[in-house]
Design a protein around this ligand. Sequence first.
Ligand code: ADP
Length: 160
Amino acid sequence: MRIGICPGSFDPVTNGHLDIFERASKLVDKLIVAVLDNPNKNSLFTQEERVELIEEAVAHLPNVEVDCASGLLIDYVKSKNSYMIIRGLRALSDFEYEFQRALFSKYLDDEIETVFIMTNNKYSYVSSTGIRELAKFHGNLDGLVTETVKKALEAKFSKI
Ligand code: ADP
């Protein structure tokens, strides 16, 4: 069975991420979306909240699972009997970071392959950072995130 891992912070998941999940799910038998617990990042949503938001958004994709991940990514990938990391690629600025990460994973374990899926033109400018900023200032999130993510963002920023 071919298992692909889509790792990320997904704080929160955007329609750009969902587009990547949908397309990646067609390339593998099983896709695991791994929500990283990154202690260096001050996240808006907890890891559990991020997992729940993704689970709801991928409910229509039968071969997609959502999981929490921590520690070294390649250890996680191997623990799932996978060798394939799938990442989305937007602009040149993503390339440099992704290039370095992919080579680093390869250095740590030569069996691991990182596969890139080019962004959908519609979402090339969508990032979780941009979405959080837009939500903070009560901008229009329609078409950028799911309705549930939109409500979750509204709830976070109405308390402040
Ligand atoms: P990280 O914090 O690890 O960079 P993110 O949650 O920001 O993780 O993103 C996870 C993955 O999704 C990355 O590979 C990123 O490049 C990709 N991604 C994010 N937004 C988009 C988008 N709009 N189109 C395509 N890929 C995207």
